[in-house]
Design a protein around this ligand. Structure first.
Ligand code: IDC
Length: 329
């Protein structure tokens, strides 16, 4: 063989021997896989992990904040370690009410990639709200989570939130049976990703879940949501009692405004919530990453930037969150 042929053969051999599979696996995010032990979220070393970060507003309404520079700033400067992607199901332009499903999924996928590259855990939030009962869009939910869990089975930073806030009299039994079905769908692809289950009455009745938790499943957590200017001691005690009863609780959404997302902010009450959540190692995700003219939005309506925010761009909620997360001055 001529030298050139030998070189070609050698190159071909090297090409065939190259461990492409390993390369593909190495490309899968390296965030520490989480699991649930007792009431706590823990890392692979068994040490407790607390996720603290922010939720997008409705992806259909504020898609512009799903960008890598924004996520980089949240991670590096704000000290967040999680973002939540809120995919409304029923509201105007929602996933099940005429929204462009492919475009919305594309946004979710971009969000996951940016989060992954920026070392953030990411929650896929099936944001039921005016639909009240998660059974309403059960088929769409099954299909959505089947697809997502297939795509992200290897992603150690993806958490699945299967129903934001059941309400309107939806019972724990109804939520439980929906959850069991969805857990089955997700587990068929992703045997160990953390799944967050909503609770009755806008994710406030964690006591009902604590009294009758889902059996024979691992890596489940139950959500509690609060708004500090509306919800105080009573709901907080329900949260801590549920944890003391052995329920793994995750605060996947909270605001420091009133429950309608507006009104005024109550920082003193918010600090009491944070103290309680920190004491129990509960994770918490703030509502919301937008410049909407409402007190829960972290940006002022006058801020038109979609990344590179400075202190003048932040609302009262934004400044409080920055400090609470331990943002770098
Ligand atoms: C609110 C938004 C508001 C929007 C409304 C849609 O802040 O801009 O118009 O939803 O109905 C929740 C929900 C969350 C709410 C939020 C504030 O999960 O979707 O967002 N909230 O009302 N639960 C308690 C409060």
């Amino acid at each position: 063989m001529k030298k050139r042929q030998i070189a070609t053969v050698l190159l071909l051999m090297m090409f065939c021997m190259f461990p492409f599979r390993q390369l593909a696996q190495a490309a899968v995010p390296g965030l520490d896989p989480l699991h649930v032990e007792g009431t706590r979220l823990v890392g692979s070393d068994g040490k407790p992990v607390q996720l603290r970060g922010i939720s997008t507003h409705g992806l259909a309404w504020f898609p512009e904040y799903v960008n890598e520079d924004c996520f980089r700033q949240l991670s590096q400067e704000w000290n967040a370690n999680v973002v939540r992607l809120a995919l409304y199901t029923e509201e105007y332009g929602g996933y099940c009410s005429g929204g462009d499903q492919e475009a919305l999924k594309a946004l979710v996928r971009s969000g996951v990639e940016y989060a992954t590259r920026q070392n953030l855990y990411v929650i896929l939030d099936w944001h039921i709200l005016s639909d009240g009962n998660p059974q309403t869009h059960r088929q769409e939910a099954r299909e959505f989570f089947r697809e997502m869990s297939q795509e992200y089975a290897e992603y150690t930073n993806v958490l699945y939130e299967i129903c934001n806030e059941p309400n309107g009299g939806t019972t724990w039994q109804e939520i439980k049976s929906y959850a069991q079905e969805l857990i089955g769908v997700i587990r068929a692809n992703d045997p160990d990703g953390v799944i967050l289950v909503g609770t009755p009455n806008w994710s406030q009745y964690v006591d009902q879940a604590a009294a009758d938790p889902i059996q024979d499943q691992e890596n489940l957590m139950y959500t509690l949501h609060f708004y500090a200017a509306t919800h105080r001691d009573e709901l907080r005690s329900r949260m801590t009692a549920a944890v003391e009863a052995g329920l793994p609780v995750f605060v996947s959404e909270y605001g420091i405004s009133s429950a309608d997302g507006g009104g005024h902010i109550d920082q003193a009450e918010a600090d009491r919530w944070v103290a309680a959540m920190d004491r129990y190692g509960i994770s918490y995700v703030a509502w919301n990453l937008s410049n909407k003219d409402e007190a829960s939005a972290i940006l002022l309506p006058s801020c038109t930037k979609t990344s590179g925010f400075d202190q003048w761009d932040l609302s009262g909620s934004g400044r409080w969150l920055y400090q609470t997360l331990g943002g770098k001055q």
